[in-house]
Design a protein around this ligand. Structure first.
Ligand code: AMP
Ligand code: MG
Length: 390
């Protein structure tokens, strides 16, 4: 049994980031940018008016009058020069004409024919967006990063139409067990529904993967081999269940018979102790425990960081936050406890009463996994603890 931190390190050691592909910017949301992007132009590329109004030059005083000499709209620059006493009708986004150094907003003037007269009060703002105000041509967007919608617009403004991203990891998920049927099937009285795969598939997809649910493997070596064979092109193979040391726990022996490399197979965590990782051919293997909550907790703690590392993002544990305990916790034993917990006002956290690893309903009530580290002493209400948001 190894500590969670060591298990994660060993898992990361099994992973090499996937290759890259060039894709159109419009397809790039959520993908991991692999190569930094450089702007090559200023934005805005010229000093621009930020309001509808009149561009003028020099200091202005209340009641001052200007002669309107022309117009500039977005996409239609005025080619002349504005001199003192002149004004150019200008609209938002239009280039500021030469000579002008401020824009009087239209609300501040009264226009009669080609003459504008300033009102009594004048705004101090100049309403000019200087050239390169947003970014200059030497700006670069660093990589790796998972692209978010606003970054797509930033990249577009940089005049970049396609980006180099890391390939999406292919994840194959295999349930094992004679007791399992898929939802919608008719279970015998001694059977249950394979539920874990759905949360794991969804989690993997949230992390940018393409995930496939493979047919359930029954508790025979041949059936498990057949399922693993279907998974052989996957970047990450997830098995669920069959990873303990019972007579029907065949994942370990079958992987051995296929020549898999096993890195570890027991982690000091609760829930989730029978967790294994290794490599089979080109694939990274993660053998998750069968209990629904255990497998999903391991999905957060191990699968998500593994998927990030596969996509070339920094190899590190899943992000945790801190919150204040509302109740006392007894000292913890040898295994890090990921307690299903609710979050309250003012950053407080309360573990749910029943922590059994088979309770999906409790998991759905939980908003967080409160991390009680291995060997951690008793904790008092009011102390700050780390948690993983769900
Ligand atoms: P195992 O590790 O195979 O002994 O499984 C531990 C427990 O998890 C057993 O009660 C299994 O029935 C249950 N289990 C295993 N796989 C799944 C699954 N895919 N969905 C729901 N429960 C499962
Ligand atoms: Mg089983």
């Amino acid at each position: 049994m190894i500590p969670v931190e060591d298990a994660l390190e060993r898992l990361f050691a099994l992973i090499t980031p996937l290759g890259t592909e060039d894709i159109p910017l419009a397809e790039a949301n959520g993908r991991v940018l692999r190569k930094a992007l450089r702007a090559t132009r200023n934005q805005p590329p010229f000093a621009a008016s930020s309001m509808d109004g009149y561009a003028v030059c020099g200091p202005v005083t209340p009641k001052q009058q200007f002669h309107v000499v022309g117009e500039a709209a977005a996409g239609h620059a005025f080619e002349g020069v504005i001199t003192p006493g002149q004004a150019l009708r200008i609209f938002t986004g239009a280039p500021l004409p030469k000579g002008a150094d401020r824009v009087l907003i239209q609300e501040d003037v009264t226009r009669t024919g080609d003459v504008i007269t300033l009102n009594d009060t004048i705004e101090t703002s100049r309403y000019i967006r200087p050239e390169g105000y947003d970014f200059t041509s030497d700006f670069s967007l660093t990589a790796p990063r998972r692209l978010i919608p606003s970054e797509l617009s930033l990249i577009a403004a940089m005049n970049i139409a396609s980006v180099t991203v890391v390939k999406r990891p292919d994840v194959a998920i295999i349930s094992t067990g004679d007791e399992l049927v898929m939802p919608g099937d008719t279970p015998r009285d001694d059977q249950i529904i394979a539920s874990n795969v759905f949360a794991l598939k969804a989690l993997a997809e949230q992390e940018g993967a393409r995930a496939r649910i493979l047919p359930i493997a029954s508790d025979t070596e041949d059936s498990l081999r057949a399922a693993l064979d279907l998974a052989r092109d996957a970047d990450l193979v997830i098995t669920i269940g069959g990873a303990s040391v019972g007579d029907h726990d065949l994942v370990g022996p079958v992987l051995d018979s296929l020549g898999a490399m096993r890195s570890f197979y027991k982690v000091a965590m609760r829930p989730g102790k029978p967790l294994m990782a290794g490599r089979l051919g080109q694939s990274v293997l993660l053998g998750l425990p069968g209990n629904p909550v255990s497998s999903i907790v391991c999905g957060y703690v191990f699968m998500l960081p593994a998927l990030r590392a596969l996509q070339g993002l920094p190899a590190r544990p899943i992000t945790s936050n801190v919150a204040k305990l509302t109740v006392d916790l007894p000292a913890n034993g040898r295994r890090t406890h990921y307690m299903r917990a609710t979050l309250g006002p003012q950053s407080t956290i309360t573990p749910l009463p029943d922590q059994d690893s088979a309770l999906l309903r409790t998991l759905t009530e939980a908003q967080a996994l409160l991390i009680h580290p291995a060997h951690d002493g008793p904790r008092m209400a009011g102390e700050q603890m780390q948690y993983i948001p769900l």
